[in-house]
Design a binder for this molecule. Structure first.
Ligand SMILES: [Zn+2]
Length: 240
């Protein structure tokens, strides 16, 4: 692979997951001058709508809207992701080529087994990628793993929310690029139907996450580690 180095890499089980889970954050990172990437694990070939070729061209259009520098596909079987040694080695190859500092994964629980397994598989691969004697290529271990919590209802509070108020328009545009998947639908991934269009539903949910940090729109994330605060007097989200 040529030089595909990125600062922030989002890994999604299916094309369009990265947009739904963290499209605003990817756009914001690009705005901040970071190189961003998306690794789609499958081509979504078991999806009932569209087809893999169409989804690939939609994915390319969405990446451009979000200012994503690199978008690759790991070609794992849709609805058949497994966390075994061969698959971990395969993912390590992408991590060593992309050398991300931050990796965004789906949350560790999910309705679709591919989402849960993607979190486990890619979390393991991020560790193994740092082992000089695992697989081929130069070792690279990402510094930070973030789990995207959008649309999850687990009794776990996000560790933090990214303000995507300025990027929300581009997030929606990127999602709308997946015409074959979302046009006229009321549900996608973890977003359960409420009778509204999917686009309205994403708007409502993103406003809710934004409200958690007193902003217009937000995307929620979980980290295993505790977040450090430098200046308690400057903490922004008000209590009262
Ligand atoms: Zn998915």
């Amino acid at each position: 692979m040529t030089d595909h180095s990125v600062d922030v890499l989002a890994i999604g089980p299916h094309p369009d997951d990265a947009e739904l889970l963290c499209g605003g954050t990817l756009a914001r990172c690009a705005d901040q001058g970071y190189r961003t990437g998306i690794l789609d694990l499958t081509r979504g070939e078991t999806g009932t709508r569209g087809n893999p070729e169409l989804r690939a061209s939609e994915a390319a259009a969405a990446a451009e809207i979000l200012g994503v520098s690199v978008r690759l596909n790991a070609d794992l079987p849709d609805a058949g992701i497994t966390n075994d040694r061969a698959t971990r080695e395969h993912i390590v190859g992408f991590l060593r080529a992309l050398t991300p500092r931050v990796v965004i994964l789906p949350f560790t629980r999910g309705r679709h087994p591919d989402h849960r397994l993607a979190a486990e598989l890619c979390g393991d691969a991020c560790f193994l990628s740092g082992l000089a004697r695992f697989g081929s290529g130069s070792p690279h271990r990402p510094h930070k793993l973030l789990y995207a919590m959008a649309f999850r209802e687990d009794p776990v509070k996000p560790t933090f929310v990214v303000d995507i108020t300025e990027q929300f328009g581009r997030k929606m545009e990127a999602i709308q690029a997946f015409t074959s998947q979302f046009e006229g639908v009321q549900q996608a991934g973890e977003a359960f139907p409420t009778g509204q269009s999917l686009y309205d539903l994403i708007d409502v949910q993103s406003r809710h996450y934004g409200s958690l940090i007193r902003r217009g729109y937000g995307e929620p994330f979980y980290t295993d580690e505790t977040v450090e605060i430098d200046d308690v007097a400057a903490m922004r989200v008000r209590s009262l």
